[in-house]
Design a protein around this ligand. Structure first.
Ligand SMILES: NC(=O)c1ccc[n+]([C@@H]2O[C@H](COP(=O)([O-])OP(=O)(O)OC[C@H]3O[C@@H](n4cnc5c(N)ncnc54)[C@H](O)[C@@H]3O)[C@@H](O)[C@H]2O)c1
Length: 255
């Protein structure tokens, strides 16, 4: 094991399950101290147990990552406790696909607050903490967008719009924060095998979807975690404002 992130401090929002959990475990396996955050304490606990059982270091940061003060407090807690802050992964989202006509204000608020505003708060809090850390290696902010950012999926006006917005946040923040040696990038996963997907789709739908993906399978959370590790570490030191598709080739095969 290389421990390429030894001594670095990271926070992954929504890391109690799915892609966020895989990212948190991967960063911790490379030696990072990782803040684990989720709305569901039992999920947070499960991720922390996985990391500690593998010999890694995890910090419990229960909070709603849609709320500005919570995100700032969590980042502050990590940087004060460990003397630096290096890596922010804005992953948490709440997703509902639905026809335009039936979208309510409640759905709008919930999706926008966590999926868009939460990412902006994460960028804001991380930028402040990374700058204050004055790390020789700068810092890395990674936003989890989606292939939906580039597509016109049916019944997904809010999701497509929010994820396109995450790409916009990423590009502008990369411009503003580059001179402080803070890199900002996004990952755009295609369909990835998490509970959020398998609970909603029948095995037949999953099979049909896989047949349309050039690499002929759904993504796994670990596929996204590998891309995130690359963007978090020094191997991507001159990459900022980019979006990496982790989608088996599907986004641009059919758009
Ligand atoms: N699974 C896919 O196919 C797929 C594809 C493209 C993009 N994505 C994106 O990847 C990210 C993770 O998706 P996933 O499939 O792993 O989802 P998931 O539902 O499995 O996990 C998301 C986690 O975030 C937590 N969460 C939700 N709101 C929160 C909040 N306000 N504060 C803190 N935690 C919160 C949930 O409790 C959950 O544990 C999301 O941004 C999603 O849009 C997923």
């Amino acid at each position: 094991m290389t421990h390429s992130l030894a001594g670095r401090v990271a926070l992954v929002t929504g890391s109690g399950n799915g892609i966020g959990r895989a990212i948190a475990c991967r960063l911790a396996a490379e030696g990072a101290i990782v803040g684990i955050n989720d709305l569901r304490p039992e999920f947070t606990r499960a991720t922390i147990d996985l990391i500690t059982a593998a010999g890694g270091q995890a910090v419990d940061l229960p909070m709603d990552a849609a709320v500005r003060d919570n995100v700032h407090a969590a980042v502050r807690t990590l940087s004060q406790r460990h003397g630096r802050f290096d890596i922010m992964v804005n992953n948490a989202a709440w997703v509902r696909y639905e026809a335009i006509a039936t979208i309510t204000e409640k759905t709008m608020d919930r999706m926008v607050n966590i999926g868009f505003a939460g990412v902006a708060w994460g960028i804001q809090a991380a930028a402040e903490a990374i700058e204050a850390s004055n790390n020789a290696t700068g810092g890395s902010i990674i936003n989890i967008a989606s292939a939906a950012a580039f597509l016109g999926l049916p019944n997904a006006m809010l999701y497509c719009g929010i994820k396109a917005g995450v790409v916009g946040l990423t590009r502008s923040a990369a411009t503003d924060l580059g001179p402080k040696q803070i890199r900002v990038n996004a990952i755009a996963p295609g369909s990835t095998r998490t509970e959020a997907v398998t609970a909603k789709l029948s095995p037949e739908t999953i099979q049909a979807r896989q047949a349309r993906i050039p690499l002929q399978r759904l993504g796994e959370p670990d596929d996204v975690a590998e891309a995130c590790l690359f963007l978090a570490g020094d191997a991507s030191r001159f990459i900022s404002g980019s979006v990496i598709s982790v989608d088996g080739g599907s986004t641009f095969a059919y758009s």
